[in-house]
Design a protein around this ligand. Structure first.
Ligand code: ADE
Length: 415
């Protein structure tokens, strides 16, 4: 069987979900229509490690319609939607993803993506690029893509070490990705995950957001909009200043720890909430992470500090500390928007996955001529995606006249 999923009997349910997502991803559907006519990926094999959601399913269908043989594994042990995995397997995509899966199974499934012998590699977080490089099977690979900030950090480190053996397009760094997916997508889906896991009332709560990058600012903005009082913790003076002028309270975590009702980490770094912070938290504090990896909250320390723990409801674990206070951890400290909810809604993934599809195409069309580096998506592709989406939304914009263009390119006329 060219797949390993939870239950193929869920295929019909997954198929209905995929239809719902397609309805809300008009830009990617337009790209699919074009690529299914030209079939540029015919004879090519694409391995992808992405969260197995209905939106990823729409991307996989698009790549298949464009001629590729496609294999897919999960981007996180908790993020697979089992019905989507079933529907895609039923359509001939090589899916290796089960939710929940152990870290061992997760790595086995990534190995399946290596063994698929792809020539194009799509990744979200860098585990697949890293596994392919560790296996030494980089020779036939034309290039790849990277979906997220954390993955780009890793791949830039590979580039710096001289280890990178093929070009990787940094999908994350496109305007049509981070301005929308990282900010509005994560803003909404993180709130969604926290509410689904807890059903807690947001107005009046003190929400601590660690990190004010595009993700953190989206999360802070959405909680503020719901009536929360938002504290931001930062290490970057520019971002801290921005948070402050956006109306957030800014302070170090050791002060925020005492005040917060809900904590969300969004930094991409380790040890953001550690034992010393947990010790200061109020009874009932809710702790979550929306960064890609489960390293931001020191879950191991929390477990060691606890006298006992129990599962209260799905994705909500109660830890009673030796000091008697109860701390509630969501989705095991893993990415809460995908662990406890369904990730970003289709409308925003529409943009992100147009970037994935067109970046894969760019890599293919420029085979052999791109540097073996982490590269930016060309501005023309980024702009094309923005224009496709605007058209799909029924929004039209002005165009510069020749006179305006000329004015912008001269230096003689001032006051
Ligand atoms: N990352 C965040 N949200 C996602 C989604 N809905 N599908 C795939 N990857 C995601």
């Amino acid at each position: 069987m060219p797949y390993k999923i939870k239950d193929i009997g869920l295929a019909e349910q997954g198929e209905r979900q995929l239809g719902w997502a397609e309805m809300h991803m008009p830009a990617l559907m337009e790209v699919r229509q074009e690529l299914s006519r030209t079939k540029p990926f015919s004879g090519h094999r694409i391995s992808a490690v992405l969260h197995v959601t209905k939106e990823t399913g729409v991307l996989m269908r698009t790549l298949k319609a464009a001629g590729a043989e496609v294999a897919l594994a999960a981007g996180n042990p908790l993020s697979t939607q089992n019905d989507i995995a079933a529907a895609l397997a039923n359509e001939g995509i090589h899916v290796y993803a089960i939710s929940p899966e152990s870290v061992g199974e997760y790595n086995e499934h990534i190995q399946k993506m290596v063994d698929f012998n792809p020539d194009i590699v799509l990744d979200d977080g860098g585990d697949l690029h890293s596994a392919i490089h560790s296996s030494g099977k980089t020779l036939g690979i034309i290039g790849g893509t990277e979906e997220t900030t954390s993955g780009i950090h890793r791949e830039k480190a590979m580039e710096k070490d001289g280890a990178l053996r093929y070009p990787i397009v940094a999908v994350n760094n496109a305007f049509t990705k981070y301005l929308f997916d990282n900010r509005y997508g994560t803003g909404q889906s993180t709130l969604d995950g926290i509410v689904r896991a807890t059903n807690i009332f947001i107005p009046g709560k003190i929400v601590v957001v660690a990190g004010y990058g595009w993700v953190g600012r989206g999360v802070a903005m959405r909680f503020k909009g719901m009536g929360a009082r938002v504290i931001v913790t930062e290490v970057d003076p520019f971002k801290a200043l921005e948070a402050s002028m956006d109306g957030m309270d800014v302070m170090p975590m050791e002060y925020a720890a005492k005040a917060g009702d809900i904590f969300v980490t969004a930094t991409g770094d380790i040890d953001v909430i550690t034992q010393k912070h947990i010790e200061l938290m109020k009874d009932g504090a809710i702790v979550s992470n929306t960064g890609h990896f489960d390293v931001e909250v020191d879950v191991k320390a929390l477990r060691e500090m606890a006298a006992n723990s129990r599962k209260v409801r799905q994705n909500l674990e109660e830890y009673t500390l030796k000091n008697g206070r109860r701390i509630y951890l969501l989705a095991e400290g893993r990415i809460v928007n995908l662990g406890a909810a369904e990730g970003h809604p289709s409308e925003v993934m529409d943009l992100s996955f147009c970037n994935q599809a067109l970046s894969a195409l760019y890599v293919l069309e420029n085979k052999g001529s791109l540097d073996k580096k982490v590269i930016k998506i060309p501005d023309e592709i980024d702009e094309r995606i923005a224009r496709i989406k605007l058209r799909a939304l029924g929004v039209s914009i002005d165009a510069l006249s020749d006179k305006q263009k000329k004015y912008l390119s001269q230096w003689a006329y001032g006051t």
